[in-house]
Design a protein around this ligand. Structure first.
Ligand code: AKG
Ligand code: FE2
Length: 357
């Protein structure tokens, strides 16, 4: 396999000591190469608050038990219909546990290359350690290395890709997965409740079968962040995505009303995005937001994204309760949306447009 980004930047003394002074051509954004990048792209991106939702207050069925629960449900609904993104607090995981999850990821990415390469992704595989998938010679590469693992259901796990160092990696990822299962169930129930539908609607549509894929992202420090993307602008292809962002280093940006904005770091909140599959199922009521990551010039950044999706065998489509004369059906029914997603993403298109009616 080609060098990882981390190998390219030749870190000699911790994260701060970068030998690389220029960014290799393959990472340079198309717009920069074509001389089209506008001032704002390289300049300041404003900081805008993302709605903060207290998960412990969200009612999981009708009717909300208290005025507070009702108010929280309204905020949740507003956030998902406008932003498609929330920061969740009181999600049931302690600060110390989230820091442990971050720590095992940090230790893994700090291991020598030879050790990490024991978990290298196969050429045409999804799981394992590696870089942006190289699909064509002209593809602009993301300034990002990642470790992707199927984590749920448990019988899908391929332990040969699960790091053995640090020793606690497997156990902590297992525990995080089980806790997140509860979190995503609660979010799906609150979504349905906020739409005045019965709370198990999404989970039943998935026939109780959800899959979780963990993606540990590492964005090494970059000498010219304004020339590259840590992750190119994209919306996520799953149903919902739960991100544990870096505690200190920002970089995640969202497209809000056609402008890129930064969001504040809330160290122990989980960031939850609507993915394309929930946009489709909600007939466009909930929005799958465009987002991107810009690396930092001073520090490496680590995040853990958990992609939660129905089984690829399940057909999904707008739920009938959300289709009527005033809101005609906007999307086709689809099976194996991730396949459609990757096919269109590779071509630089927005995948959800391919299933619009
Ligand atoms: O690194 C982040 O904060 C976001 C990651 C992300 O958007 C993704 O993995 O799809
Ligand atoms: Fe994403």
């Amino acid at each position: 396999m080609q060098k990882t980004v981390q190998e390219l930047v030749t870190v000699s003394n911790g994260d701060r000591d970068l030998d690389l002074e220029t960014v290799p051509e393959r990472f340079i954004r198309e717009a920069v190469k074509e001389g089209q990048q506008q001032g704002a792209e390289g300049g300041e991106v404003p900081l805008v608050d993302v709605p903060v939702i207290d998960l412990s207050l969200l009612p999981l069925s009708h009717p909300p038990a208290s005025p507070e629960a009702d108010a929280e449900l309204q905020s949740f609904h507003r956030a998902l219909t406008s932003w498609g993104c929330i920061q969740v607090i009181n999600h049931g995981m302690t600060d110390a546990f989230l820091d442990q999850v971050r720590e095992v990821a940090k230790v893994f990415f700090s291991l020598p290359s030879e050790e990490k390469r024991r978990y290298l992704r196969a050429d045409n595989g999804i799981e394992g350690y590696g870089t942006d998938m190289v699909l064509s010679d002209h593809q602009v590469l993301d300034w990002n290395d990642r470790l992707s693992l199927f984590v749920y259901p448990e019988d899908c796990r391929k332990l040969e890709y699960w790091p053995q160092i640090p020793e606690t990696f497997r156990e902590i990822l297992h525990e995080y997965t089980l806790k997140l299962r509860d979190t995503v169930d609660a979010v799906f129930k609150a979504m349905a409740t906020s739409l005045n539908l019965y709370s198990n609607l999404f989970l039943q549509a998935f026939r109780g079968k959800v899959t979780l894929i963990a993606r540990f992202n590492y964005y090494p420090q970059c000498p010219r962040p304004e020339l590259v993307y840590g992750l190119k602008p994209h919306a996520d292809g799953s149903a919902i995505i739960v991100v544990l962002p870096d505690r200190e280093v920002g970089g995640l940006q969202f497209l809000k009303d056609d402008n890129w904005v930064k969001i504040p770091i809330i160290p122990h909140a989980l960031l939850i995005n609507v993915g394309d599959q929930v946009e489709i199922m909600s007939n466009g009521v909930f929005k799958s937001p465009m987002h991107r990551v810009i690396p930092s010039s001073d520090h490496g950044r680590i995040s853990l994204a958990m992609f939660c999706a129905p089984d690829a065998e399940e057909e999904i489509g707008p739920v009938s309760e959300l289709v009527d004369e005033s809101r005609p059906r906007l999307y086709k029914n689809v099976k194996d949306y991730p396949k459609i997603y990757f096919h269109h993403y590779q071509q630089g298109k927005r995948p959800i447009d391919a299933v619009k009616l």
